[in-house]
Design a protein around this ligand. Sequence first.
Ligand code: ZN
Length: 161
Amino acid sequence: MSELETNSQDELRDLYRDLILDHAKNPRHFGKLQDATHYADGINPLCGDKLRLYLRIDSSDSITAASFEGSGCAISVASASLLTETIAGSNVSSATAYFRTVTNRLTRSQSQPVDSSDIDIGKIRALDGVREFPARVKCATLAWHALSAAMQQHSTPASTE
Ligand code: ZN
């Protein structure tokens, strides 16, 4: 086993392990989305995480379906899985609020309050543990950057760099 894998497992022990590992092992909404209206690629070169996020957005800006495919570390896969569960059935403005909330929660300093009063952060709170491991924050935010790019129909891949 490589040193990197060993370190990852040590870190995972201190995360919200059960929920993260459950989503990493059994990702929800995994696979290409038929009839997707939007998609974007996310790449995290530091870890080797690659994913493509698919959205189906109707004419009233409702996100009627979301899925992802790709490969990456447990945190990146779990985060993408939690993302699809969180935003499916939501709308573009709520998904944007989720994007801002997740990236803010993961990158803020511990002392700053976060205003997430307008959305239900629910299970995505599980990602908060990643804050303790700055090197893994980009793994956790990758799918969310892809979400933001997909909603804006950016033609270039979203990158954490
Ligand atoms: Zn990763």
